[in-house]
Design a protein around this ligand. Structure first.
Ligand code: SF4
Ligand code: SF4
Length: 83
């Protein structure tokens, strides 16, 4: 599937352990990435220092669901299962 631009769930729900520009220690689950704009777009998309984990993330129906709200719920569940 194609990413729903403006969703942003994968930039909010999961914890990210690698350094993110502006967040050197990564971020905990449920916290908005500092690089996520108010309209839920990545402000550093395409930048060299965008974390690999972000570039490598592919939208799939299992993770992203059919709505932005579903994505938040699914990713939060996955996060809890993997911790
Ligand atoms: S959760 Fe999925 S649909 Fe939403 S922004 Fe991330 S990749 Fe795109
Ligand atoms: S750097 Fe961009 S893609 Fe990665 S979590 Fe932050 S806003 Fe999302």
């Amino acid at each position: 599937m194609k990413c729903r631009l403006g969703c942003g769930a994968c930039c909010i729900a999961p914890s990210i352990s690698s350094a993110i520009p502006g967040m050197p220690n990564g971020k905990p689950a449920g916290m908005r990435c500092i690089n996520l704009s108010d309209d839920n777009l990545c402000l550093i998309f395409g930048a060299a220092d965008r974390p690999d984990v972000c570039s490598d993330f592919d939208a799939t129906i299992d993770v992203c669901g059919k709505t932005n709200q579903q994505a938040l719920i699914l990713i939060t569940e996955l996060e809890q299962l993997t911790n």
